[in-house]
Ligand binder design. Structure first.
Ligand code: F6R
Length: 371
């Protein structure tokens, strides 16, 4: 039941602190991930993993794109990510020691399942499904499974399934880092143990972000009459921009695109005028300076800017044409997870204002079992 919530989507957005906690439960030791989390057969497979191919559709694909940044940076493992409907009709070349990873909320998505069956003929060392439904076809047919534990997701627009997939993918990153023994730190000295500590505080930080709901609702007014929106992000937040755009288009029917902020001047800047709201996420990371200058380019063209920014980065709305909402500080590695939440709430409130069927958007099904 929806309880006190007006829609399942809103209920599921607010469940995220709880289900993120569930996704972590029993899987973290004091300073590192517990390798047993992946099942008894996992250790051998992870130890032989030299690269990873991730296959998924829609929102799950966006989780895979975030994971590429994590796996390469924090575990030193090369990664390719592709949508299932493209992968399964290519003639992929599979390097030795490649692990095949599928991401799916339902575990029944036809293209993802077909991609797994196709992959079995291609010489992968094995398969891992990161999935929300125990006993689903994807889980049954994969060598290993890591359950996301988000609980039933009823709203067609995926929310808590996505953030728990990200948690699972960070656990995979840490497990590979530990198993492959790459000295437990990336080139900048980020310690595995620091990410583990940050994961433990994540549910609480998510609660603080969800408390911004009324501010985000107020901000959504600016979108109700708009026909287009542009979402910008850099690095691991580029996929978060893609996901923000997907949420807005699928439930509010506003045309939205996600772009890597650095690509702005290679085309989409031509679209920017006073009718084009531009939404950006600005966590405190090493790309902040670059992002700030991209946002200046938008302002110079008269675009209306909405920025979700770390409270410490010095982006404030001192100007009329910039609207800033501050988020609490979070470890850089986990920022993509946190910055997803305000974008979910934004699309939700815009859809409610527009009066669309939030939980059952037109033309879409919860589980896409036909290709
Ligand atoms: C978007 C959405 C879809 C699904 C996609 C894959 O909000 O829900 O894009 O993410 O259909 O579904 P699963 O994850 O069940 O394979």
């Amino acid at each position: 039941s929806k309880g006190d919530y007006r829609h399942f989507m809103l209920k599921e957005i607010f469940e995220q602190p709880k289900v993120i906690n569930a996704a972590l439960e029993g899987r973290l030791g004091e300073h590192s991930v517990l390798a047993e989390s992946f099942g008894p057969d996992a250790q051998a497979l992870l130890a032989n993993t030299r690269q990873i191919h991730i296959i998924a559709c829609g929102t799950s694909y966006h989780a895979g794109l975030v994971a590429r940044y994590w796996l390469e940076r924090y575990a030193g493992v090369p990664v390719q990510v592709e949508v299932a409907s493209e992968f399964r009709y290519r003639h992929p070349v599979v390097p030795e020691g490649t692990l095949f990873v599928t991401l799916s909320q339902s575990g029944e998505t036809a293209d993802t399942l077909a991609a797994l069956r196709f992959a079995k003929r291609l010489g992968y060392i094995g398969s891992l499904a990161i999935c929300n439904v125990p006993g689903s076809s994807l889980v049954r047919e994969s060598d290993l499974a890591l359950m996301t534990r988000a609980g039933p997701e009823i709203g067609v627009a995926s929310t808590k399934a996505f953030t728990t997939q990200l948690v699972a993918l960070m656990l995979l990153t840490l497990a590979l880092d530990k198993t492959l023994g790459k000295d437990a730190r990336d080139s900048d000295g980020t310690k595995h143990a620091d990410i583990v500590a940050a994961l433990k505080t994540l549910p609480d930080i998510c609660r603080q972000v969800l408390a911004l709901d009324a501010d985000i609702e107020a901000l959504s007014q600016a979108f109700a009459e708009k026909h287009h929106a542009l979402f910008l992000g850099r690095g691991a937040h580029f996929p978060i921009a893609l996901e923000g755009a997907l949420k807005l288009k699928e439930i509010s029917y506003i045309h939205a695109e996600g772009y890597p902020a650095g690509e702005l001047k290679h085309g989409p800047l031509a679209l920017v005028d006073s009718e084009m709201p531009v939404i950006s996420v600005a966590p405190n990371d090493d790309l902040l300076g670059k992002l700030k200058s991209n946002l200046q380019e938008v302002r110079a063209r008269g675009g209306q800017l909405f920025v979700f920014a770390d409270e410490n980065v010095g982006i404030d709305d001192t100007e009329d044409d910039v609207c800033v909402l501050h988020l609490p500080h979070v470890h850089e590695a986990l920022a993509p997870l946190l910055y997803t939440l305000p974008l979910q709430l934004l699309s939700y409130h815009v859809a409610v204002l527009k009066g669309t069927d939030v939980d059952q958007p037109r033309n879409l099904a919860k589980s896409v079992t036909v290709e």
